[in-house]
Design a binder for this molecule. Structure first.
Ligand SMILES: *Cc1c(COP(=O)(O)O)cnc(C)c1O
Length: 395
Protein backbone atom coordinates (compact mmCIF):
# COMPACT_ATOMS: atom_id res chain seq x y z
CA UNK A 1 0.00 0.00 0.00
CA UNK A 2 1.46 3.33 -1.13
CA UNK A 3 0.78 5.80 1.69
CA UNK A 4 1.06 9.49 0.84
CA UNK A 5 4.15 11.18 2.22
CA UNK A 6 2.89 14.52 3.60
CA UNK A 7 6.40 15.76 4.16
CA UNK A 8 7.41 15.55 0.49
CA UNK A 9 7.41 18.65 -1.68
CA UNK A 10 4.27 18.15 -3.78
CA UNK A 11 2.38 20.70 -5.86
CA UNK A 12 -1.00 22.10 -4.80
CA UNK A 13 -2.93 19.94 -7.28
CA UNK A 14 -1.40 16.82 -5.79
CA UNK A 15 -1.88 17.92 -2.18
CA UNK A 16 -5.55 18.76 -2.85
CA UNK A 17 -6.18 15.18 -3.88
CA UNK A 18 -3.87 13.18 -1.67
CA UNK A 19 -2.61 15.09 1.40
CA UNK A 20 -3.84 13.80 4.73
CA UNK A 21 -5.18 10.49 3.41
CA UNK A 22 -5.12 7.81 6.10
CA UNK A 23 -6.23 4.33 5.18
CA UNK A 24 -7.86 1.85 7.50
CA UNK A 25 -6.88 -1.83 7.62
CA UNK A 26 -9.15 -2.40 4.59
CA UNK A 27 -6.98 -0.35 2.26
CA UNK A 28 -9.88 1.68 0.86
CA UNK A 29 -8.83 3.90 -2.07
CA UNK A 30 -11.19 6.82 -1.44
CA UNK A 31 -11.20 8.39 2.04
CA UNK A 32 -13.50 6.57 4.45
CA UNK A 33 -16.35 8.28 6.28
CA UNK A 34 -16.19 7.41 9.97
CA UNK A 35 -19.70 7.94 11.34
CA UNK A 36 -18.96 7.21 14.96
CA UNK A 37 -19.31 9.50 17.95
CA UNK A 38 -16.89 7.60 20.15
CA UNK A 39 -14.00 5.13 20.01
CA UNK A 40 -13.29 1.98 22.02
CA UNK A 41 -10.15 1.07 23.91
CA UNK A 42 -8.30 -2.20 24.30
CA UNK A 43 -8.31 -1.91 28.07
CA UNK A 44 -8.93 0.38 31.01
CA UNK A 45 -5.24 1.18 30.99
CA UNK A 46 -5.37 2.32 27.36
CA UNK A 47 -8.45 4.44 28.10
CA UNK A 48 -6.47 6.13 30.87
CA UNK A 49 -3.52 6.71 28.54
CA UNK A 50 -5.81 8.23 25.89
CA UNK A 51 -7.62 10.49 28.36
CA UNK A 52 -4.86 11.66 30.66
CA UNK A 53 -1.61 9.98 29.70
CA UNK A 54 -1.01 11.82 26.44
CA UNK A 55 -1.32 8.76 24.17
CA UNK A 56 -2.27 9.80 20.63
CA UNK A 57 -5.51 8.34 19.38
CA UNK A 58 -9.21 8.87 18.97
CA UNK A 59 -11.43 9.34 22.03
CA UNK A 60 -14.67 11.09 21.15
CA UNK A 61 -15.85 12.89 18.02
CA UNK A 62 -16.10 16.30 19.68
CA UNK A 63 -12.32 15.94 20.09
CA UNK A 64 -11.29 14.10 16.96
CA UNK A 65 -12.46 11.79 14.20
CA UNK A 66 -10.38 10.14 11.43
CA UNK A 67 -12.36 11.74 8.59
CA UNK A 68 -12.08 15.18 10.22
CA UNK A 69 -8.38 14.53 10.80
CA UNK A 70 -7.85 13.88 7.08
CA UNK A 71 -9.58 17.17 6.19
CA UNK A 72 -7.45 19.06 8.74
CA UNK A 73 -4.19 17.59 7.42
CA UNK A 74 -5.16 18.30 3.81
CA UNK A 75 -6.12 21.92 4.47
CA UNK A 76 -2.98 22.53 6.51
CA UNK A 77 -0.94 21.24 3.56
CA UNK A 78 -2.84 23.44 1.08
CA UNK A 79 -2.42 26.61 3.16
CA UNK A 80 1.18 25.79 4.03
CA UNK A 81 0.37 25.76 7.75
CA UNK A 82 1.66 23.54 10.55
CA UNK A 83 -1.78 22.55 11.74
CA UNK A 84 -5.50 22.98 11.08
CA UNK A 85 -8.63 22.78 13.21
CA UNK A 86 -11.88 22.11 11.33
CA UNK A 87 -15.09 23.63 12.71
CA UNK A 88 -18.84 23.37 12.19
CA UNK A 89 -19.00 26.51 10.02
CA UNK A 90 -16.98 29.53 9.03
CA UNK A 91 -18.51 31.52 11.89
CA UNK A 92 -17.58 28.69 14.28
CA UNK A 93 -13.98 29.08 13.07
CA UNK A 94 -14.02 32.81 13.86
CA UNK A 95 -15.73 32.14 17.22
CA UNK A 96 -13.10 29.52 18.12
CA UNK A 97 -10.20 31.83 17.24
CA UNK A 98 -11.64 34.65 19.36
CA UNK A 99 -12.63 32.48 22.32
CA UNK A 100 -9.32 30.67 22.25
CA UNK A 101 -7.03 33.66 21.88
CA UNK A 102 -8.82 36.74 23.29
CA UNK A 103 -9.87 37.77 26.78
CA UNK A 104 -11.83 40.61 28.40
CA UNK A 105 -10.05 43.91 27.93
CA UNK A 106 -8.52 42.94 24.58
CA UNK A 107 -8.99 45.10 21.50
CA UNK A 108 -9.40 43.99 17.88
CA UNK A 109 -8.69 46.09 14.80
CA UNK A 110 -10.85 44.90 11.92
CA UNK A 111 -11.45 45.82 8.32
CA UNK A 112 -14.67 47.83 7.86
CA UNK A 113 -15.56 45.62 4.91
CA UNK A 114 -16.08 42.26 6.62
CA UNK A 115 -18.75 39.65 6.02
CA UNK A 116 -21.98 40.87 7.72
CA UNK A 117 -22.11 38.12 10.36
CA UNK A 118 -18.48 38.76 11.29
CA UNK A 119 -19.26 42.42 12.03
CA UNK A 120 -22.37 41.35 13.96
CA UNK A 121 -20.33 38.79 15.90
CA UNK A 122 -17.72 41.33 17.02
CA UNK A 123 -20.27 44.08 17.76
CA UNK A 124 -23.04 42.12 19.46
CA UNK A 125 -21.20 39.25 21.11
CA UNK A 126 -17.48 39.83 21.64
CA UNK A 127 -18.41 43.21 23.14
CA UNK A 128 -20.55 41.43 25.77
CA UNK A 129 -17.39 39.76 27.04
CA UNK A 130 -15.32 42.93 27.13
CA UNK A 131 -13.55 42.63 23.78
CA UNK A 132 -13.80 45.87 21.81
CA UNK A 133 -13.41 46.22 18.04
CA UNK A 134 -12.38 49.21 15.92
CA UNK A 135 -13.10 49.20 12.19
CA UNK A 136 -10.80 50.83 9.70
CA UNK A 137 -10.72 51.48 5.96
CA UNK A 138 -10.15 47.99 4.54
CA UNK A 139 -7.21 48.69 2.25
CA UNK A 140 -5.36 51.37 4.24
CA UNK A 141 -2.33 49.92 6.04
CA UNK A 142 -1.82 53.29 7.79
CA UNK A 143 -5.37 53.08 9.20
CA UNK A 144 -4.68 49.70 10.85
CA UNK A 145 -1.44 51.09 12.26
CA UNK A 146 -3.19 54.19 13.61
CA UNK A 147 -5.97 52.16 15.27
CA UNK A 148 -3.58 50.02 17.35
CA UNK A 149 -3.68 50.57 21.12
CA UNK A 150 -1.70 48.91 23.91
CA UNK A 151 -4.71 46.58 24.36
CA UNK A 152 -4.80 45.45 20.71
CA UNK A 153 -4.31 41.72 20.44
CA UNK A 154 -5.58 40.94 16.94
CA UNK A 155 -6.02 42.39 13.45
CA UNK A 156 -8.82 40.69 11.51
CA UNK A 157 -9.25 41.11 7.75
CA UNK A 158 -10.77 39.56 4.66
CA UNK A 159 -9.09 39.92 1.29
CA UNK A 160 -10.68 40.33 -1.14
CA UNK A 161 -13.52 41.66 0.98
CA UNK A 162 -17.13 40.64 0.67
CA UNK A 163 -18.77 42.05 -1.41
CA UNK A 164 -16.67 45.00 -2.61
CA UNK A 165 -13.49 43.01 -3.36
CA UNK A 166 -11.24 45.47 -1.57
CA UNK A 167 -7.77 44.02 -1.07
CA UNK A 168 -5.51 44.13 1.94
CA UNK A 169 -1.77 43.99 1.31
CA UNK A 170 -1.16 40.98 3.58
CA UNK A 171 2.64 41.21 3.59
CA UNK A 172 2.57 44.93 4.49
CA UNK A 173 -0.06 44.44 7.18
CA UNK A 174 1.86 41.51 8.66
CA UNK A 175 4.87 43.78 9.14
CA UNK A 176 2.65 46.21 11.09
CA UNK A 177 1.21 43.35 13.15
CA UNK A 178 4.60 41.83 13.92
CA UNK A 179 6.12 45.17 14.93
CA UNK A 180 3.21 45.69 17.37
CA UNK A 181 3.19 42.10 18.62
CA UNK A 182 -0.42 41.46 17.56
CA UNK A 183 -1.89 38.52 15.67
CA UNK A 184 -2.89 38.90 12.03
CA UNK A 185 -5.93 36.76 11.15
CA UNK A 186 -6.99 36.54 7.48
CA UNK A 187 -10.36 35.20 6.33
CA UNK A 188 -9.27 33.49 3.08
CA UNK A 189 -12.78 32.54 2.01
CA UNK A 190 -12.87 34.40 -1.30
CA UNK A 191 -9.57 33.15 -2.70
CA UNK A 192 -9.10 29.76 -1.08
CA UNK A 193 -5.54 28.40 -0.94
CA UNK A 194 -5.71 27.78 -4.69
CA UNK A 195 -5.38 31.52 -5.33
CA UNK A 196 -3.78 32.94 -2.19
CA UNK A 197 -1.85 31.57 0.79
CA UNK A 198 -1.86 34.24 3.53
CA UNK A 199 0.42 32.33 5.93
CA UNK A 200 3.19 32.49 3.32
CA UNK A 201 2.68 36.27 3.19
CA UNK A 202 3.09 36.61 6.97
CA UNK A 203 -0.39 36.09 8.43
CA UNK A 204 -0.53 34.21 11.75
CA UNK A 205 -3.85 32.46 11.20
CA UNK A 206 -6.14 31.77 8.26
CA UNK A 207 -9.84 31.22 8.82
CA UNK A 208 -12.14 29.63 6.28
CA UNK A 209 -15.77 29.19 5.57
CA UNK A 210 -15.39 25.73 3.99
CA UNK A 211 -19.06 26.14 3.09
CA UNK A 212 -17.88 28.20 0.14
CA UNK A 213 -15.15 27.22 -2.33
CA UNK A 214 -13.62 24.36 -0.32
CA UNK A 215 -16.77 22.29 -0.70
CA UNK A 216 -17.50 24.31 -3.81
CA UNK A 217 -20.83 22.72 -4.59
CA UNK A 218 -23.13 24.33 -2.02
CA UNK A 219 -23.80 21.16 -0.03
CA UNK A 220 -22.61 21.48 3.56
CA UNK A 221 -21.47 23.92 6.25
CA UNK A 222 -17.92 23.80 7.50
CA UNK A 223 -15.05 25.96 8.62
CA UNK A 224 -11.39 25.80 9.49
CA UNK A 225 -8.52 27.61 11.18
CA UNK A 226 -4.97 27.07 9.91
CA UNK A 227 -1.72 28.23 11.50
CA UNK A 228 1.05 27.30 13.89
CA UNK A 229 0.66 24.41 16.32
CA UNK A 230 1.20 26.75 19.25
CA UNK A 231 -1.64 29.12 18.33
CA UNK A 232 -3.98 26.33 17.33
CA UNK A 233 -3.54 24.59 20.67
CA UNK A 234 -5.66 27.31 22.34
CA UNK A 235 -8.23 27.23 19.54
CA UNK A 236 -8.47 23.44 19.73
CA UNK A 237 -8.90 23.49 23.50
CA UNK A 238 -11.90 25.81 23.14
CA UNK A 239 -13.38 23.67 20.36
CA UNK A 240 -13.00 20.45 22.32
CA UNK A 241 -14.56 22.02 25.41
CA UNK A 242 -17.38 24.01 23.85
CA UNK A 243 -18.12 21.77 20.88
CA UNK A 244 -18.51 23.73 17.61
CA UNK A 245 -16.91 20.69 15.96
CA UNK A 246 -17.52 19.70 12.34
CA UNK A 247 -19.68 16.68 11.51
CA UNK A 248 -17.59 13.83 10.01
CA UNK A 249 -20.07 13.69 7.13
CA UNK A 250 -19.52 17.36 6.31
CA UNK A 251 -15.77 16.90 6.62
CA UNK A 252 -15.94 14.02 4.13
CA UNK A 253 -17.97 16.09 1.63
CA UNK A 254 -15.43 18.93 1.90
CA UNK A 255 -12.52 16.48 1.44
CA UNK A 256 -14.13 15.40 -1.82
CA UNK A 257 -14.69 19.05 -2.78
CA UNK A 258 -11.01 19.87 -2.25
CA UNK A 259 -10.02 17.38 -4.96
CA UNK A 260 -11.37 19.77 -7.61
CA UNK A 261 -10.59 23.05 -5.82
CA UNK A 262 -7.82 24.26 -8.10
CA UNK A 263 -9.49 23.39 -11.37
CA UNK A 264 -12.76 25.00 -10.17
CA UNK A 265 -11.05 28.17 -8.96
CA UNK A 266 -9.24 28.62 -12.26
CA UNK A 267 -12.34 28.02 -14.37
CA UNK A 268 -14.60 30.17 -12.20
CA UNK A 269 -12.04 33.00 -12.17
CA UNK A 270 -11.89 32.91 -15.97
CA UNK A 271 -15.69 33.07 -16.15
CA UNK A 272 -15.74 35.93 -13.63
CA UNK A 273 -13.20 37.93 -15.60
CA UNK A 274 -15.27 37.55 -18.78
CA UNK A 275 -18.46 38.62 -16.97
CA UNK A 276 -16.68 41.58 -15.32
CA UNK A 277 -15.30 42.76 -18.67
CA UNK A 278 -18.75 42.53 -20.23
CA UNK A 279 -20.41 44.36 -17.32
CA UNK A 280 -17.89 47.16 -17.53
CA UNK A 281 -18.92 47.80 -21.14
CA UNK A 282 -22.67 48.05 -20.39
CA UNK A 283 -24.35 51.49 -20.35
CA UNK A 284 -26.63 50.53 -17.42
CA UNK A 285 -23.67 49.91 -15.12
CA UNK A 286 -22.26 52.55 -12.80
CA UNK A 287 -19.20 50.67 -11.58
CA UNK A 288 -17.69 47.17 -11.50
CA UNK A 289 -15.60 45.85 -8.59
CA UNK A 290 -13.33 43.01 -9.70
CA UNK A 291 -9.64 42.66 -8.76
CA UNK A 292 -8.83 41.15 -12.16
CA UNK A 293 -9.82 44.33 -14.05
CA UNK A 294 -7.23 47.06 -14.63
CA UNK A 295 -9.89 49.54 -13.41
CA UNK A 296 -9.71 48.02 -9.90
CA UNK A 297 -7.74 50.46 -7.71
CA UNK A 298 -5.61 47.58 -6.41
CA UNK A 299 -5.12 45.70 -9.67
CA UNK A 300 -1.32 45.57 -9.23
CA UNK A 301 -1.60 44.25 -5.68
CA UNK A 302 -4.09 41.63 -6.88
CA UNK A 303 -1.62 40.50 -9.53
CA UNK A 304 1.17 40.06 -7.02
CA UNK A 305 -0.85 38.60 -4.13
CA UNK A 306 -3.43 36.40 -5.89
CA UNK A 307 -3.14 33.97 -8.77
CA UNK A 308 -6.27 35.45 -10.39
CA UNK A 309 -9.05 37.94 -9.67
CA UNK A 310 -11.24 35.27 -8.06
CA UNK A 311 -14.85 34.44 -8.82
CA UNK A 312 -16.71 37.28 -7.08
CA UNK A 313 -17.80 40.29 -9.10
CA UNK A 314 -19.70 43.17 -7.52
CA UNK A 315 -21.32 45.94 -9.54
CA UNK A 316 -23.45 49.01 -9.09
CA UNK A 317 -26.29 49.54 -11.53
CA UNK A 318 -27.36 53.03 -12.54
CA UNK A 319 -30.22 53.97 -10.20
CA UNK A 320 -31.05 52.57 -6.77
CA UNK A 321 -32.63 49.60 -5.09
CA UNK A 322 -35.48 49.29 -7.65
CA UNK A 323 -33.05 49.05 -10.58
CA UNK A 324 -30.87 46.57 -8.70
CA UNK A 325 -33.84 44.41 -7.75
CA UNK A 326 -35.02 44.48 -11.38
CA UNK A 327 -31.76 42.87 -12.48
CA UNK A 328 -32.15 40.17 -9.82
CA UNK A 329 -35.80 39.52 -10.62
CA UNK A 330 -35.24 39.39 -14.39
CA UNK A 331 -32.86 36.45 -14.17
CA UNK A 332 -34.19 33.02 -15.17
CA UNK A 333 -31.16 30.84 -14.56
CA UNK A 334 -28.97 32.47 -11.90
CA UNK A 335 -29.71 31.45 -8.31
CA UNK A 336 -31.11 34.24 -6.15
CA UNK A 337 -29.33 33.32 -2.94
CA UNK A 338 -26.83 34.79 -0.55
CA UNK A 339 -24.53 31.78 -0.73
CA UNK A 340 -21.35 31.92 -2.77
CA UNK A 341 -18.56 29.60 -3.73
CA UNK A 342 -20.78 27.23 -5.68
CA UNK A 343 -20.58 25.81 -9.20
CA UNK A 344 -23.92 27.58 -9.77
CA UNK A 345 -23.75 31.33 -10.28
CA UNK A 346 -25.53 33.24 -7.53
CA UNK A 347 -26.81 36.81 -7.44
CA UNK A 348 -27.38 38.79 -4.25
CA UNK A 349 -28.51 42.27 -3.24
CA UNK A 350 -26.17 42.76 -0.23
CA UNK A 351 -27.93 45.81 1.28
CA UNK A 352 -31.10 43.81 1.96
CA UNK A 353 -29.58 40.36 2.61
CA UNK A 354 -26.03 39.70 3.83
CA UNK A 355 -25.70 43.24 5.17
CA UNK A 356 -29.40 43.80 5.86
CA UNK A 357 -29.26 43.41 9.63
CA UNK A 358 -26.47 45.84 10.37
CA UNK A 359 -27.32 49.49 10.97
CA UNK A 360 -27.65 51.81 7.96
CA UNK A 361 -24.64 53.74 9.31
CA UNK A 362 -22.47 50.63 9.49
CA UNK A 363 -23.68 49.65 6.01
CA UNK A 364 -22.76 53.05 4.63
CA UNK A 365 -19.37 52.84 6.32
CA UNK A 366 -18.82 49.49 4.62
CA UNK A 367 -19.71 51.06 1.26
CA UNK A 368 -22.73 48.84 0.60
CA UNK A 369 -25.05 51.02 -1.48
CA UNK A 370 -28.61 50.19 -2.51
CA UNK A 371 -27.64 49.85 -6.17
CA UNK A 372 -24.96 47.22 -5.47
CA UNK A 373 -25.26 43.61 -6.61
CA UNK A 374 -22.89 40.72 -5.99
CA UNK A 375 -22.34 37.88 -8.41
CA UNK A 376 -20.54 34.74 -7.35
CA UNK A 377 -19.69 33.37 -10.75
CA UNK A 378 -19.99 29.62 -11.21
CA UNK A 379 -19.14 27.08 -13.84
CA UNK A 380 -22.05 27.53 -16.28
CA UNK A 381 -21.35 28.85 -19.77
CA UNK A 382 -20.30 32.52 -19.68
CA UNK A 383 -22.65 33.43 -22.51
CA UNK A 384 -25.62 31.99 -20.61
CA UNK A 385 -24.65 33.94 -17.47
CA UNK A 386 -24.32 37.15 -19.50
CA UNK A 387 -27.64 36.58 -21.29
CA UNK A 388 -29.35 36.23 -17.91
CA UNK A 389 -27.91 39.55 -16.70
CA UNK A 390 -28.60 41.30 -19.98
CA UNK A 391 -32.35 40.87 -19.56
CA UNK A 392 -32.55 42.87 -16.32
CA UNK A 393 -30.14 45.54 -17.53
CA UNK A 394 -32.04 46.05 -20.75
CA UNK A 395 -35.37 46.43 -18.90
C1 LIG B 1 -19.78 32.82 4.50
C2 LIG B 1 -18.65 33.55 5.08
C3 LIG B 1 -18.31 33.38 6.42
C4 LIG B 1 -19.11 32.52 7.37
O1 LIG B 1 -19.10 31.18 7.01
P1 LIG B 1 -20.29 30.14 7.39
O2 LIG B 1 -19.74 28.85 6.91
O3 LIG B 1 -21.51 30.59 6.67
O4 LIG B 1 -20.45 30.21 8.86
C5 LIG B 1 -17.21 34.06 6.90
N1 LIG B 1 -16.48 34.87 6.10
C6 LIG B 1 -16.79 35.06 4.79
C7 LIG B 1 -15.95 35.96 3.97
C8 LIG B 1 -17.88 34.41 4.24
O5 LIG B 1 -18.20 34.62 2.96
Amino acid sequence: MNDFDDSADYDLDTLAIRAGTQRSQFGEHSEALFLTSSFVFESAAQAERRFVGGEEGMVYARFSNPTVDMLQKRLAALEGGEACVATASGMAAILSVCMGLLKAGDHVVASNSLFGSSIQFFNAYMSKFGVTTSYVEASSIEAYQAALTPATRMIFVETPSNPLTQLVDIAALSRVAKAAGVLLVVDNCFCSPALQQPLKLGADLVVHSATKYLDGQGRVLGGAVVGSKALLEEVLRFLRTAGPSISPFNAWVILKGLETLNIRMQAQSANALAVAQWLEAQPGIERVFYPGLPSHPQYELARSQQLSGGAIVAFEVKGGKDEAWRVVDSTRMLSITANLGDTRTTITHPATTTHGRISPEARAAAGIHDNLLRLAVGLESVSDIIADLQRGLAA
